[in-house]
Design a protein. Structure first.
Length: 60
């Protein structure tokens, strides 16, 4: 998606949230945050080695 479209969509959603009831406001603000995270994706976590940090398996 286009960066400007994402910014405008997030702003439109935030404006709707100002007029919404508390439950809907929270959901709309979460949605706007989701759009904004698309603009600045978090770096991927380093892959973990299988044996070093894994939890022991339970015996059955």
């Amino acid at each position: 998606m286009d960066e400007d479209f994402i910014k405008e969509r997030a702003q439109d959603i935030r404006e709707l949230a100002t007029k919404a009831d508390p439950f809907t406001r929270k959901r709309l603000l979460d949605l706007a945050d989701t759009y904004e995270r698309r603009l600045h994706p978090a770096p991927h976590a380093a892959p973990r080695l299988a044996g070093r940090h894994s939890q022991p398996q339970m015996k059955r």
